[in-house]
Design a protein around this ligand. Structure first.
Ligand code: CO8
Length: 273
């Protein structure tokens, strides 16, 4: 699909900055909704392009400090890549169009991403949830990598991120048998941050995002980068990365403010500088 085609179809990603709710103010939090409910929010290339653009715009916006990603409707976060679109691909089309580079761009988003998962998070949907930094799962959430049933394997990080998140034994079972994992089991294996009642999923994710958005913004970005390095670097390299980030934050006004506020027994006011 070309950019012109994309412009002609209705958007499949909605972005909102929710107003204050019963839980309190939602300052600095954006809600991004995957919006193709008729196909269980299947991730076609146009949706991924829209999502990438939306996340990069929010990443540049100083008013946004944390992002919740969810699926529209009650049945799915996302049931995977759009199989009808994938079916006609060839190695040459995949290489030439390079739609998958957008997954690298999502990974480079600096602000915290929280997946709010109801129902199915399968294939690319599970991979998208795992690309996020935290996952709030409804009790009815189902995480799975069923690509093997289609004659392929996960293609947007599933084999790598799942193995890192839940260990080789369970990841191998899920990838080789297509067996999905429910929310409670996923929580027990460390895949998700918290499990909540289905109707509370988005509110709970927004609450978590609000808590993070109230933290000093530069330290949040540095903390996200450092924890993510734990999956990518050797322990020595990760410790070195952490130490350099720690030292670097002493150049920020927020470090001075945070430590002064502690000493003076008052709440800190963050500037993001
Ligand atoms: N792609 C396209 N359409 C889909 C998808 C999908 N992944 N999943 C569901 N739909 C459509 C169905 O075709 C159906 O449409 P229609 O009403 O027009 O027939 C509608 O959504 C509702 O689905 P079902 O009728 O099948 O609903 P059920 O409740 O019976 O079943 C399931 C729900 C179990 C989720 C079932 O739909 C299913 O198995 N879906 C496919 C899951 C899957 O295999 N996902 C992996 C896809 S491959 C992949 O993700 C590779 C990732 C590569 C990187 C990502 C690049 C973007």
């Amino acid at each position: 699909m070309t950019d012109l085609d994309r412009a002609e179809r209705p958007p499949s990603v909605r972005v909102a900055m929710p107003a204050a709710g019963a839980a309190g103010p939602l300052d600095g939090v954006a809600l991004v909704t995957l919006d193709r409910p008729k196909v269980l929010n299947a991730l076609d290339f146009a949706l991924i392009a829209e999502l990438t653009d939306a996340l990069e715009t929010l990443d540049r916006d100083p008013a946004c400090r944390a992002v919740v990603i969810t699926g529209s409707g009650e049945r799915a976060f996302a049931a995977g890549a759009d199989i009808r679109e994938l079916a006609g691909q060839t190695p040459a089309s995949l290489l030439a169009d390079d739609h998958f580079h957008r997954w690298e761009r999502i990974k480079r988003i600096r602000k915290p991403l929280i997946a709010a998962v109801r129902g199915f998070a399968l294939g690319g949907g599970c991979e998208l949830a795992m690309t996020c930094d935290l996952i709030v799962a409804a009790e009815d959430a189902q995480f799975g990598q069923p690509e093997i049933r289609l004659g392929v394997i996960p293609g947007a990080g599933g084999t790598q991120r799942l193995a890192r998140a839940i260990g080789k034994a369970k990841a191998m079972e899920m990838v080789l048998t297509a067996r999905p994992m429910g929310a409670r089991e996923a929580a027990a294996h460390g895949l998700v941050t918290r499990v909540v009642a289905p109707e509370d999923t988005v509110a709970s994710a927004l609450e978590l995002a609000t808590e993070i958005a109230a933290m000093p913004p530069l330290a949040v970005i540095a903390a996200k980068q450092a924890v993510n390095r734990a999956e990518e670097l050797s322990l020595d390299a990760g410790l070195e990365f952490e130490r350099r980030s720690f030292y670097g934050l002493f150049a920020s006004e927020d470090q001075k403010e945070g430590m002064a506020a502690f000493t003076e027994k008052r709440p800190a006011t963050w500037k993001g500088r």
